[in-house]
Write a protein that binds this ligand. Structure first.
Ligand code: NAD
Length: 257
């Protein structure tokens, strides 16, 4: 039985993880962390503490969907105590990413901006299409619920990185985000991002390859957070017995990166 700790157990993804775990063999919830202990999933009767420093029972794997500051604190603790890690939080800055890599030298860690199987398929297709349709203008449009705090979404950035990889360029050199006002003509080779926020949209992503005379659009629509939760739990089970290192969903799913 794999003992899990959910970081952010009172959040939207925390609830989805809890619900998905309940019907799953071979995994057991042993603890939770959340500064909001008023909104726990119904029926949750394990130890839940506001900070990792208060935890009395250590899990074998932390599954974390919170905010960057919280994730880095729990991750530091996990790397010091040999607890494996599934990291779903998005919005890390460059310093945060360096710290994640340093922690992954001590523990096995799966990090993904999106744990759905469909999005990971899409990443592979985007890389391939970007390489073949070399002259097409790439535009990425994402839509999320009104509570999301970062933009573009972590998934949109991963899709941009996949397109950039297909073109043999660095995303940071070609990225254009949130156009406004007199922007001038579109520059050749750039990758554009647009973000929509509203209602309860779980997560929509579209990558458009706009060429002269034709357009290819690759789309993904997530209708339930259960898809991310199931992917994260699959990653948690995959981590059992792994060597320390920073892994991604292509490895978990056996897809070519
Ligand atoms: P949410 O706001 O509903 O939940 C976050 C939870 O973390 C809250 O319950 C909050 O109380 C807790 N928290 C935040 N800071 C804390 C701290 N310092 N100490 C203790 N608890 C703290 O958010 P959500 O919609 O569940 O999303 C969480 C994160 O997961 C976001 O970064 C989002 O972009 C990301 N996400 C990733 C995927 C993926 O597949 N990788 C899917 C969905 C969401």
């Amino acid at each position: 039985m794999l003992k899990l700790g959910i970081v952010g157990i009172s959040g939207r993804m925390g609830h989805a993880l809890y619900d998905s775990m309940m019907g799953m063999d071979g995994v057991k919830l042993c603890c939770g962390i959340d500064r909001n202990v008023q909104s726990l999933p119904a029926g949750c009767n394990v130890e839940v503490v506001p900070s990792v420093q208060d935890l009395k029972t250590l899990p074998q794997v932390f599954v974390d969907f919170t905010r960057p500051a919280c994730s880095l604190e729990v991750l530091r603790f996990a790397s010091e105590h040999g607890v494996s890690y599934v990291l779903g939080t998005t919005g890390f800055d460059d310093a945060g990413k360096v710290e994640i890599a340093a922690c992954a030298a001590k523990i096995p860690l799966v990090m993904a901006s999106n744990f759905s199987v469909g999005i990971n398929m899409l990443l592979a297709l985007v890389k391939q299409t970007a390489a073949i349709m070399q002259d097409a203008d790439v535009e990425i449009v994402e839509a999320h619920h009104r509570y999301k705090v970062d933009a573009p979404s972590g998934t949109a950035l991963s899709l941009g990185e996949a397109a950039a990889l297909g073109r043999g360029v660095e995303l940071k050199d070609v990225m254009v985000s949130g156009r406004h006002g007199i922007t001038g003509e579109r520059q050749y080779g750039t990758i554009g991002f647009s973000s929509i926020r509203g209602g309860d949209i779980v997560g929509d992503h579209s990558v458009m390859f706009c060429a002269d005379g034709e357009l290819v659009e690759l789309k993904h629509h997530a209708s339930s957070r259960a898809t991310f939760a199931r992917g994260a739990l699959r990653a948690a089970r995959w981590l059992e017995g792994r060597a320390p290192g920073l892994y991604g969903m292509p490895e978990v799913l056996g897809l070519q990166a």
